[in-house]
Design a protein around this ligand. Structure first.
Ligand code: 5AD
Length: 491
């Protein structure tokens, strides 16, 4: 059978989509190539969030097409995902060597279309049409290369976003919000747990809006067909949002030790979610809260739906519930009309919050977004310069926060060999910091305590020998969390 190489650009949702496509192709008898040079089919799963990501994929495709012209090899070339969705047919005109363009709601049809292309039933395929129910089609998982289950599994809970921030192309590429039923998601997580998965990362473009839109027939978006209409549920005076109900449901699954999620929106950090950090021990002490800007004027122009003050209140409440919580954020510099004063407010917010990690982006105009036609676009030199200044501050704060971990003992979940040095192992703290240590493959999938001996750039170095503990039985997550509360070493 033909072999396929899939290259992924962009976010975790794309990583997950590529995995599901690969699993689907394997089930159809295709094999997975380890490099593009050996593949009969090369698929680029694309990202549109910034122009740079689009250009990288376009250049890659150009160079693949040029190689094929030179060598005369016959290879099927395809674009999948967000750029395929937003550019569609136009990609074929730009790059005639491309055979397949599949949008974000059509990924589960990849095998069918490849079969048709291979059999010569069709010579080109472009399909970017919406498909009801496609949010439930991303469910298949791959085993690791050695056949074992991954330690962490990504689970797609919803597709799309209705937020329409003025800078963002995602509502165009991913469509409106559509959620999978809780029962489906839980069934998938249970299967993963049965295969040995320890950590679940719940994924969607705006997970905190999970289930808020009605599903089919006006029923709650998170209710499976035929399931009884649910009663409202209240905890500590807050009515639980569908997202927190989902967290609770996943929390009940034996074998799952940790739960993470991304990407959220600050408006989704209601009291119900904030309290969940205090009462659901498997929900790790880590929150991504994408602020984008520290200036109320710019937040309004971005149509973010919160103020700087509300954002800071969320951070305060999260830290009140979990003082050691790891906090990350996204920031865009150089939004149209951003003044030095606005930018200073972003820097001041970073100083005030002290994030553990900031994903810092230069504003990139996206087609058919309101911000792209706003006046007062900033010159690239100003954007570059602000980016450099912000990066310096953010890195200095992170360095301090990482250095403060030295000497502390933290629990990590061991994921596998370190990417930079495969002779070492790496794990993640509950607060989402990477820890590299001298371990062995048998540690993979274990929760273990390590003592932090050194801090590098966004990496901690740990020594399990000092604590000497590789627990025979992984501790119960509840017990484990209580331990963490009693020792002031939460990372
Ligand atoms: N320009 C720059 N950054 C962007 N992001 C989204 N759209 C743009 C854009 N047009 C960033 C936001 C978002 C992250 C995923 O990408 O910070 O949170």
């Amino acid at each position: 059978m033909p072999s396929v190489y899939i290259k992924t650009y962009g976010c975790q949702m794309n990583v997950r989509d590529s995995e599901a496509v690969a699993a689907q192709l394997l089930a159809r008898g295709y094999t997975l190539a380890t490099s593009e040079d050996q593949a009969d089919i090369v698929l680029l799963n694309t990202c549109s969030v910034r122009d740079h990501a689009e250009q990288t994929a376009l250049n890659k495709m150009r160079s693949l097409a040029a190689d094929l012209r030179r060598t005369g090899r016959e290879v099927i070339l395809g674009f999948l995902g967000c750029m395929a969705q937003s550019r569609g047919e136009e990609l074929l005109q730009q790059l005639p060597a491309v055979d397949l363009v599949l949008g974000t709601q059509k990924l589960h049809r990849t095998a069918d279309y490849l079969d048709e292309l291979l059999r010569g039933v069709r010579t080109k395929v472009v399909d970017t049409r919406p498909e009801p129910g496609s949010e439930s089609a991303i469910r298949e998982h791959l085993a690791a290369a050695d056949g074992s289950a991954p330690v962490t599994a990504y689970v797609s809970i919803m597709q799309g976003c209705n937020q329409h921030c003025t800078f963002c192309i995602v509502p165009q590429t991913r469509g409106p919000e559509r959620s999978r039923p809780i029962s489906d998601i839980v069934a998938e997580c249970r299967q993963l747990a049965a295969r040995g998965v320890k950590e679940i990362m719940l994924l969607g473009q705006i997970v905190t809006s999970y289930g808020r839109r009605p599903g089919l027939n006006g029923r709650p978006g998170w209710l499976g067909a035929g399931e009884a209409w649910p009663q409202p549920q209240t905890v500590s005076g807050s009515e639980l949002s569908p997202f927190v109900r989902l967290l609770e449901a996943v929390h009940t699954i034996d074998g799952i030790e940790r739960i993470r999620f991304t990407a959220p929106h600050p408006k989704g950090y209601g009291d119900d979610l904030i309290h969940a950090y205090g009462r659901l021990p498997k929900l790790v002490e880590s929150a991504h809260v994408p602020v984008q800007s520290g200036s109320n004027r710019i937040l309004k122009l971005m149509r973010r739906g919160y103020t700087r003050e509300r954002f800071l209140e969320i951070i305060r409440k999260l830290r009140a519930v979990q003082p050691g919580i790891g906090l990350s954020t996204d920031i865009i510099v150089g939004f149209p009309g951003e003044t030095e004063e606005d930018f200073q407010q972003t820097l001041a917010l970073c100083q005030e919050v002290e994030f553990d990690q900031v994903f810092l982006f230069k504003y990139s105009p996206r087609r058919n977004t309101p911000a792209a036609s706003m006046p007062d676009a900033l010159p690239p030199t100003v954007i570059e310069e602000r980016h450099a200044r912000a990066a310096e501050l953010i890195n200095a704060i992170a360095r301090r926060r990482y250095a403060a971990m030295v000497g502390k003992t933290v629990q990590i979940l061991v994921e596998g060999p370190s990417k930079k040095n495969p002779h070492r192992m790496m794990g993640r703290t509950r607060c989402n910091k990477i820890v590299v240590f001298e371990g062995s493959p048998r540690h993979r999938g274990q929760l273990m305590d390590v003592r932090i001996v050194r801090a590098g750039s966004y990496t901690l170095y740990g020594d399990p020998a000092i604590v000497g503990l590789v627990p025979e039985e992984p501790p119960l997550p509840g017990a484990d969390k209580r331990d963490k509360v009693s020792h002031p070493v939460v990372l």
